[in-house]
Design a protein around this ligand. Sequence first.
Ligand code: CP3
Length: 407
Amino acid sequence: MSSICSFTSSISSISPFTSPRKSLNYNKYTPIIHSSLQGTVAEPKASSVAEPLLLNAVRGEDVERPPVWLMRQAGRYMKADEIFIPFTSKSYQIICEKHPSFRERSENVDLVVEISLQPWKVFRPDGVILFSDILTPLSGMNIPFDIVKGKGPVIFNPLRTADDVDQVREFVPEESVPYVGEALTILRKEVEFCVENKAAVLGFVGAPFTLASYVVEGGSSKHFTKIKRLAFSQPKVLHALLQKFATSMAKYIQYQADSGAQTVQIFDSWATELSPVDFEEFSLPYLKQIVDTVKQSHPNLPLILYASGSGGLLERLALTGVDVVSLDWSVDMAEGRKRLGPDVAVQGNVDPGVLFGSKEFITNRINDVVKKAGKGKHILNLGHGIVVGTPEENVAHFFEVAKGIRY
Ligand SMILES: Cc1c2[nH]c(c1CCC(=O)O)Cc1[nH]c(c(CCC(=O)O)c1C)Cc1[nH]c(c(CCC(=O)O)c1C)Cc1[nH]c(c(C)c1CCC(=O)O)C2
């Protein structure tokens, strides 16, 4: 029988998300491995920990199958994980009832750890992504915001002028979001000591243009007219804002890596709203700057880049110097792979809508994408976030098929 690792945080007092704790004593935190044969066993030595499959795959090492995780795997679609593993944590929906504010759920160490681990406990993906949001750094940069249920991100005072941009502070992660570092440290210990599943801990940040789109538009947008007005009439003002985000996000990636993240994904979800020529001016240089800065301090940290609808920009995404490009489903995997070249690893590409199909259809699409991606340098994933309402049993099927693949 296999062993099950379970989260056993020794942090008992939950502080309100508005008053971040200064520091926690991680020596008190002990990951415990439960074995159905032997009961609770001692913590293994860190030196016995092998590299996670996901990192080996990205580095082009010989792997037996592609690693698998899902974009936005934490939260949203999970209703009753008790169905799959009766003794794990409370379901996400129950946590939401008790803590209805997204900011509270995502700025409290215990809740972040609990929610991040939920899908891992149920499906055992090869990656555990931090439960957080790309907008989480904003309040630390003097940009007040909230995430409103049913509406999404809301920026209280959208930035439109040079004076507004002047008020933006550069981000100091250890001061503004200590809960992110603490949660990553705990997640890393939790998954690292689980001998049966060497999952990688994934951190993430928003890319400068995508963050700027929220703070200029005031929230989500359909046509991106406000940021385009700024870009095309006062480019200097937008460049000043993008530069602040670039410096801040480079620091944030370094902080996440130092706290325990083994790979960091950069989300430039809305960069593809820009035409290629404008992408080259308002997104690419800042992405490149982030990658260059992080590669100097953390040369072995794999960086993943995602942009929605990126079919027309693939070659330009590779110019950023990231290790992995995450594809949406606007491009065929075989063509995407060819266009990116052999040095870049690929991720994603499966339409999240496939998970609404029959089990046979899901299996076929997994096999198709794995075949087209070829052996190695491939992370099996969706082309965007898993959609609310996705049948959980189909998610289970996706993981089951994925983990049964052998090259
Ligand atoms: C709804 C929303 C939020 N934040 C945001 C939105 C989208 C609004 C829009 O379309 O303009 C902004 C956002 N947040 C994230 C992205 C990049 C990925 C993407 O394109 O979706 C973007 C564009 C990463 C994320 N945002 C979140 C994660 C969690 C980690 C994971 O992937 O499991 C990530 C990577 C978590 C999040 N973030 C938010 C909620 C309600 C949740 C919880 C569960 C969920 O609905 O996904 C608020």
